[in-house]
Structures are given as structure tokens and as C-alpha cells.
Design a protein around this ligand. Sequence first.
Ligand code: 3PG
Ligand code: MG
Length: 379
Amino acid sequence: MSIPLPSYERWGSLAGKRVLVRVDFNTPVAEIDGQLEVTDDFRIRATLPLFEELLAKGATVVACTHFGRPDGQVVEKYSVAPVRRRLAQLCPDVELLENLRFNPGEESNDPVFGAALVAGFDYYINEAFSASHREHASIMIPPTLLPSAAGPNLQREVTTLTSILEAPARPFVAIVGGAKVKDKLGIVKVLSHKADQVIVGGGMAYTFEVTQGRSIGSSLFDASYLEVCGELMGEGKIVIPCDARGLREGVPFGSGGDEPVLDWGENIPDGHQGLDIGPASAAMFSAIIANAATILWNGPMGVFEDPRFSAGTEAVARAVAASSAVSVIGGGDSVSAIQGYGLEDQVSFVSTGGGASLEFVELGDLPGIAALRESQWNQ
Ligand code: 3PG
Ligand code: MG
């Protein structure tokens, strides 16, 4: 993966040329004054430098994206209309096609749909790192039909992730969180070979805790991963929380409430559930992070959207920001956490990819990136 991806710079002037840019404008929206509006335009703003550069070179620029999961049907609430409105405010000269996933050919990687998509275009650019783990038509087919290139953000994502995985400054500390062991086990395995220490927090940590004979009450737990979590613990690089904060079992959480918040040490009593790491874990993790020369963070330490259980994630975010290490944040939740605390300028790189960042770390490549590299138009 150290081979540079094909760049659009080699095309020179684009006067009179039509360029199709695959973006990922799958952004959160909410109803505001009776109309869906984009509530986080990070992914749109991240694409503006490319659009401006292409327009300055004389190109006609058309962008295309998926938006939600309409399953191959035209579903009004998945129209890109709100994204178009936001884009029109930020960059009025770029046209945005309607949701690619309104056509079943997108997800089935249909060559006929892919060919129709690129008809009339001279060039294709993939600037959708966060969708490049999907073998979908708009990602896979254009590089087989047109001169194609990697957009600058996609190139940066690949270069940054590759360099920290292949030649990290040490100590390399990875922090992995999130609810489910199932979703993060692959990355924990890879990182426990590449990193010097792997901090595990969030709901997924409880399964690791059980392997150490600890009680976790009714916290999240997946028995089918007990054995492999135990083996990973045995390799000696994984650091798990030493205390927890949570609620009585069955009490609702996620958006605050009046129920008393409880703190425990290593063991959570029956009838209770851990929802965040406790203060001792936050201090221990922060000390490890402070000593790192490279940091990769993916996933929150608790149910951080509930302010009662955000302290662990905030402590990690602040420790990462305070560090002078090369720091890379991936995964939608950790990115919104670091942005929520206003710390995104204090980390080296914020990945636009959630699932894609995970899969890239796990596999070292993504189908959409391979498609660009292998395109015969680029030989
Ligand atoms: C994302 O938001 O994670 C990407 O846009 C991918 O979306 P998908 O999981 O629906 O393919
Ligand atoms: Mg920093």
C-alpha cells in the first residue's frame, strides 16, 4: 500500500472537461422548521478544496453520493435535497446527483448502472474514503471505464493510516471503544500486533473484563467472544478499565435522567450496568496516552451522548488533544466527541471514515482503493 494512488494533477487543464466526483455526503440531518436540514456538514466542507481546485482548472463538476439506506428504492426522506441546499450555500457551482442508492444497481455493483453513471464524463475522482469499503457501482465501476484518480482527502486518509500502521513513532498507543466486541475485535487483533498498548473501553470492554474473573453485573457482554478476548488479554498489550460508572439495571439511559449515578471499582454488582469508565480508569488511560508518540483512537469509552456518562470519553479526548503525539481519530462517534469538545484542531488527523477506517486498519486496503490502483486507465 505504499504505492501512491493516481492523482488528478496529472490531467493538467480541465477546461471543457466533465468530472464526476464520488463523495460521501451521508451526513446527519434533522427536521428544522418542517424541513430536513444537514446538522453536521463536516463531510461536505472537507470536499470543498477539491471542488474549488477542479472548478479553477475549468472543469464542470458533478458530485454523487449515497445518503442513508433506501434499499434501491426512491424514498422521499432519503432524497439528497437537504445536502444539496447546504452544498449550494458552500459551493454553488457543483451539481449533486440524486441519491445513488435510489437505484438497486448501486449496491448490487451493476455494471450497467455504473456505465450509465459515467456516461458523458471525461474523468472520475473517488473522494469518498468513508464509502470505499463498499463494493458498490459508483465506487467500483468508474475506474474501469474512465481515467480515474484519488481525491486529496482519500489520499490523505490512506497515507496517514498506512504510515501509522507501517512505521509508527513509538510508543504507539491505540484506544478502541464502542458498544460491541463483535464490531471491534478485528481491529483490536491487528492493533495488538502493531501497537505497544491497546486501551479497550466502552461496552466492548466488559467481555474482556470477564476473562479476568471480574463481575460486570448486567453490562454488555458477548459470551461468543470470551475465548478470543481471553487470548488477546494473554498477549499482554491490552489495558482494560479498572473501575466503572453506571446505573441500576433497567433504568433508561442515553439522554440524561434523575436516577442516581453509581461508581464501582473493578467489580459491578448484580442488577447494575456499567455505562462509562470510572475516574481511576480515565486517569490511568490519560497517563498512558500522555506517554505515547503515536495515537490511534476509534470508539467512545461509554454512552457519551448521555452527559452522565461522557466523562470517560471526554477524558480520553482531552488526553489525546493535550498530547504532542501524532494522533489519528477515526469512527463517527469519536469524531463527534472530539468535535463536541472543540478539540479537533488539536489532533493530527480526523478521519472521515467510520466503518471504512476500521476496515482499512484491519485489512490494509479497501475495495474502492484497490479499484483505483488497478484501473487500466491509470497504467
Ligand atoms: C458512513 O456514513 O459510515 C458511510 O457513509 C457508509 O454508509 P453505509 O454504512 O450505509 O454504507
Ligand atoms: Mg495534540
